[in-house]
Design a protein around this ligand. Structure first.
Ligand code: FAD
Length: 325
């Protein structure tokens, strides 16, 4: 039977988030020879359809409504449920983002389906697809298969590679009209933290600081290193609790979960709660002056030394490489 997979295209400030392209790739694996349908929800989102198609969606359904200008779980769940009812999908893929985490259980309960959250890899394809997800704060992984009903997954950003963009692809775009009623919350204003540069949860390089950074000013060289590598700055809870940086940078069990290509931990001891947020990073470099620090147990490369000496050396080295190339 040909499968149909719906993918929520997540839009932030008028642009599609990378995780949406990764979700399309995941959906292709589930669909096999079937159809991947991108769903765009907002107040003026149709313009983004072609990009989602270029990344592999076969067709797009948009839901546009003034009440969908800002994300609310009430509004978006009504919109997505209407599309799901009309399309009758075999599978649904969302990003495991703040929006995806909020919306997916609500939709799953409305559709009476199960939900496999935080998928980091897919083995096999079509009906044989096995979904791999971390358990026990990332200390183990389980493989899950769906025996019946809708296959509904959320995928962790930065784990499933998007397909190559193909600008020659085209596909049908249709709109679904929906009555948005009973909104229990109305977003009056969004006040964003002044987050410069790359989004932490999607960054390919994360330079993180812990209590060893010792002050807010101590984060300046970390920011410089992150900028140089096109990455973002993160932090341990120790650093956030000490007021060296904002809690929006916290990585770990009670913070953000990141899986960059390169994670550089500076002055972080490696508490289990911190590891829960970063131990699946592809390459981990730890800088710590204590050779017994737990962070070295998960590090691919360990530098025993004072971060205030090592980080400036790294900055100089990366600058000279950049100049040579
Ligand atoms: P510390 O443990 O104090 O380590 C500082 C490190 O810096 C030390 O290893 C030291 O050797 C090194 N150092 C000092 N000076 C230098 C220097 N000049 N150069 C190089 N190295 C130096 N923590 C998180 O990070 N994220 C979470 O989400 C999180 N959630 C939690 C949830 C719960 C329920 C609980 C109980 C705790 C949680 N924690 C979390 C806290 C966690 O247990 C640790 O307390 C915290 O991660 C420690 O932060 P840290 O490594 O920066 O500080």
């Amino acid at each position: 039977m040909t499968k149909k997979v719906l993918v929520l295209g997540e839009v932030r400030e008028g642009t599609l988030r990378n995780v949406s392209f990764e979700a399309i790739a995941a959906a292709k694996t589930i669909a096999g020879d079937g159809e991947v349908v991108g769903v765009l929800i907002g107040d003026a989102v149709e313009i983004l359809s072609s990009e989602l198609i270029q990344y592999g969606a076969d067709r797009i359904v948009t839901v546009e409504h003034p009440h969908l200008k800002q994300y609310t779980s009430d509004g978006f769940s009504q919109a997505f449920k209407a599309v799901a009812d009309a399309e009758n999908p075999d599978a649904i893929v969302f990003g495991h983002t703040a929006m995806g985490k909020d919306l997916s259980p609500k939709i799953a309960s409305k559709l009476q389906s199960g939900l496999i959250s935080d998928v980091t890899a897919i083995e096999g394809e079509g009906d044989d697809a096995l979904f791999i997800r971390p358990i026990y704060s990332g200390k183990a992984f389980e493989k899950v298969k769906v025996k019946e009903g809708i296959v509904f997954i959320t995928i962790r950003p930065n784990n499933i590679a998007p397909l190559e963009k193909d600008e020659s692809r085209s596909g049908e775009v249709s709109s679904q009209s929906v009555e948005i009623t009973n909104l229990r919350t109305v977003i009056k204003e969004v006040v964003r933290k002044a987050a410069e540069g790359v989004d932490l949860s999607e960054a390919k390089v994360v330079v993180s600081g812990g209590r060893g950074v010792k002050s807010a000013e101590g984060f300046t060289p970390l920011q410089e290193l992150a900028n140089l590598l096109g990455g973002a700055v993160g932090a341990s809870r120790g650093a956030c609790d000490a007021d060296y940086c904002d809690y929006s940078l916290q990585i770990g069990q009670t913070g953000k979960v990141v899986t960059p290509d390169l994670y550089i931990a500076c002055g972080i001891s490696g508490a289990i709660q911190h590891l829960a947020g970063m131990s699946n990073s592809k390459i981990i470099v730890a800088i710590n002056k204590d050779p017994e620090a737990n962070i070295f147990k998960v590090a691919d490369y360990g530098i025993v030394g004072d971060l205030f000496e090592v980080v400036p050396m790294l900055i100089e080295e990366f600058k000279s490489v950049a100049v040579k190339s």
